[in-house]
Design a protein around this ligand. Sequence first.
Ligand SMILES: Cc1ncc(COP(=O)(O)O)c(C=O)c1O
Length: 389
Amino acid sequence: MKENWRFSDRIMQIQKSAIHEMTRLSRKMEDVAFLSWARPTSDTPEHIKDAAVKAIKKGLVGGYSESAGLPELRTEIVKKLHRDNNIDATNDQVLVTVGAIEGLAAAVMAIIDPGDEVILPTPTYSTHIRQVLIASGKPVLVPLIEEENFALNINGLKNAITPKTKAIMYCSPNNPTGTVFKEEELRQLAQISLKNNLVIITDEAYEYFVYGNNKHFSIASIPEIQKNVISSYTFTKTYAMTGWRVGYLYADEKLIPQITKAHIPFAICAPVVSQYAALAALKGPQDCVREFKDHYLSARNLMCERLDNLDSIFQYVKPGGSYLMFPKILVKEGQNSTAFCKNILKEAKVSTTPGIAFGPTGEGHLRVSFCVPEAQINKAFDRLESYFK
Ligand SMILES: Cc1ncc(COP(=O)(O)O)c(C=O)c1O
């Protein structure tokens, strides 16, 4: 049969994900030391799983919930926003979503018209760039300042604003660099957005994983800017709930109904069983979050020590948050990060993610994740040391 249709332009402009490509290649091999996924390898804590089972047994999860999410879950989220993010919200300012990702996609759909520009400090989580593209928006990438520990380039951001700029979208702690943007930088960003009437879209997936003197700051806690901010949060990282697909957005009560118009055709509502699990996560003991954080901190330190032994190959900025880091590749072969990562996968059986996946300024780098058991980090670096000897 003759094909007389073609895929949409919005889809054809999206390139294959480098992370999935590395996963595909790794699966073809045995005994790979995996540092390429940004997902917790720990299992979801028992009390959260038990609550989900209880909800199933009670017959609570077979139907849809309200599109905005279970009211009792939103009530707990409001308490959490107040306690941990310094944001005073009401239930009407919360939308429970299918992970942070669906919330962000719905937010971008609600804000961006074709041709609108969205400024993204890069390197950044590549899904954000794709979300803008799928909405037929134009991503405008402004490099972070690597020499200053990947700080936000405030002047660069100001200079990137044009009459078509609609929004600024960032994640902090940042994937892939692990940078925690400073409160003073974010306050400057808030002023810029107010002056230029821009929406700020934040991804705070790693909010609880910040180390040393770094502090996570939610820009939505600045009262003047609340009407211009959409912030996303997730249970994925905090409670090792990747597969449950539950997160939420905070935004002004005028914005939430508009974003919900995009949320419904994508999702109707977040999985109800997962919403009960999320409720248990918020109401239950928080020791698991501290334990994950302690593990990531010690895994980060181990990874930094192991990278120090390879200082003629990699140069890194110690990440202040997340469980990711983004070393620069010093050897010539690293100029093509995709070829470099494929090569170390093939020759040393270590899976990493090429930096180019996170925007053009990521080229010449690779992303490695420390959300894995320490034995995995040692295995990977033992292999890299032998390979580069
Ligand atoms: C910055 C960032 N945001 C969001 C996500 C995905 O979040 P969720 O599982 O809640 O959709 C990831 C996953 O790697 C991430 O790194």
